[in-house]
Design a protein around this ligand. Structure first.
Ligand SMILES: C[S@@+](CC[C@H](N)C(=O)[O-])C[C@H]1O[C@@H](n2cnc3c(N)ncnc32)[C@H](O)[C@@H]1O
Length: 323
C-alpha cells in the first residue's frame, strides 16, 4: 500500500538548502514502498485513516506536546481515538496529550528534552535533523522552539506510524519523518542543527556514525549528541556482552572523556559535556501504553547501581559540538 506522505516534503525542500536530498530520497522511498514494507503496514494505514478529523486551535509545543482540548470531543470520540492509538503499541517515547487523552509512554522523553534544551543554540529559523528520532517526540519540541523545518530519520516503521498518528492531530507542514537509516543519508552539509539521541550505542561503527552526523551539518552547524556513557578517563570504553540491561544490539559505551576524543578526531570543535544523568525508574517505566517489562526489571533488584547482568546501570550524557 503506497502512501503519499513524503510528497509534501519533497516539494518543501525543492527550494531549500536540502534540495540535494532529492537526488536520492524519492528513489529510496519508492524502493522502500515496493520492497521493504512491514507485514502490518497496510493494516496500520487503515487504522490511521480511521482517526477522526478534529480541528483545533489549541497547540502547545512549549512545555509538552498537546493538541486539542477535551471539550472539543465527546467521550465516545476519546474512547475511539484511544482504541485506535492503542493498536500502535508499544508507545515508548512521549508523552503526548491529545484532546484530553494522556498518552503516557514508557519514557518521560520530556525529561531528556529538559536536560538538553538549556544548552543548545536557539533553533529559531533553523533546518533541524533528528537522526534516530523514534516516534518523533523531540521533533515536536524542536518545532516548539521555532525551527524552520524539522526532519527525522528513523527506519522503524512502527515509529513512523506513531509519528503520523500524532501528526494527524496537528498536520503542521514543517515537520516530517523519513523512514531511512543514517547510512542512507547523502552528505547534505546543510542542516543548522543535528540531533542524535539514544543512537550511538546501537551503532557498530560509532566513529563512522560521527562522520555521518558531521556530514549532515553545514560549517558552523551544531551537533547535539546524547548517548549512554560509563565513568572513566580518555582510555575508557566499555563493550557489554550480548545484552546490556536486557537490550540487544548495544556496542560501545565510552566515557565522556573518550567520546570527546572521538569527536575531536572526527573534526568537531568546541565540544562540551553539558549533562550527565543516571536513568531512573521514574523516567523509564511500564505504563498503560507500554505494558511489558521496563527499566526496573532490567536492574539488579538488590542494587540499582547495576544492571541485571552486573554492569554499571544506565548513565546518559549530552554533548554539544560544532562542525
Ligand atoms: C533508543 S531509540 C532513541 C529515540 C529518541 N531519539 C530518543 O532519544 O528518545 C533509538 C532509535 O534509533 C533508531 N535507529 C535504529 N537504527 C537506525 C539507523 N540505522 N539510522 C537511524 N536511526 C536508527 C531506532 O529505530 C530507534 O528509534
Amino acid at each position: 500500500m503506497a502512501v503519499t506522505w513524503f510528497n509534501d516534503f519533497y516539494k518543501h525542500i525543492a527550494d531549500s538548502p536540502l534540495s540535494h536530498w532529492l537526488e536520492v530520497l524519492p528513489a529510496q522511498i519508492a524502493t522502500w514502498q515496493k520492497e521493504q514494507l512491514h507485514g502490518d503496514f497496510a493494516k496500520w494505514v487503515k487504522l490511521l485513516n480511521k482517526l477522526p478529523d478534529i480541528s483545533t486551535n489549541s497547540v502547545n509545543l512549549k512545555d509538552n506536546v498537546a493538541f486539542g482540548v477535551s471539550s472539543e470531543v465527546t467521550e465516545y470520540t476519546q474512547k475511539q481515538i484511544t482504541g485506535l492509538l492503542k493498536q500502535f503499541m508499544p508507545w515508548r517515547k512521549g508523552p503526548f496529550h491529545l484532546h484530553g487523552i494522556h498518552l503516557d509512554t514508557e519514557w518521560r522523553s520530556d525529561w531528556k528534552w529538559d536536560r538538553v534544551v538549556p544548552h543548545i543554540k536557539s533553533l529559531k529559523d533553523r533546518y533541524v535533523l533528528d537522526v534516530g528520532c523514534g516516534s518523533g517526540y523531540h521533533m515536536w519540541r524542536m518545532l516548539g522552539e521555532d525551527a524552520k523545518l524539522v526532519v527525522g530519520a528513523d527506519p522503524s516503521q512502527l515509529f513512523l506510524m506513531q509519528f503520523q498518528a500524532i501528526k494527524h492531530f496537528n498536520p503542521d507542514p514543517r515537520i516530517h519523518l523519513m523512514p531511512v537509516g543514517v547510512e542512507q543519508l547523502p552528505e547534505l552539509k546543510a542542516f543548522d542543527t543535528v540531533f542524535s539521541m539514544g543512537v550511538l550505542y546501537h551503532r557498530r561503527s560509532p566513529i563512522d556514525f560521527l562522520y555521518q552526523l558531521k556530514s549532515q551539518l553545514r560549517t558552523g552547524g551544531e551537533l547535539v549528541l546524547e548517548t549512554l556513557v560509563v565513568e572513566g578517563d580518555e582510555q575508557t570504553v566499555f563493550m557489554p556482552g550480548e545484552r546490556y540491561a536486557q537490550m540487544r544490539n548495544l556496542w560501545y559505551l565510552p566515557s565522556t572523556a573518550a567520546l570527546t576524543v572521538w569527536m575531536q578526531r572526527v573534526g568537531f570543535k568546541n565540544i562540551r559535556v553539558v549533562d550527565v544523568a543516571a536513568t531512573t525508574t521514574e523516567e523509564q517505566r511500564a505504563t498503560e501504553w507500554m505494558t511489558s517489562q521496563s527499566l526496573v526489571d532490567f536492574l539488579d533488584p538488590n542494587d540499582h547501581s547495576k544492571t541485571i547482568e552486573g554492569y554499571p546501570a544506565p548513565l546518559r550524557a549530552v554533548l554539544i559540538a560544532e562542525s
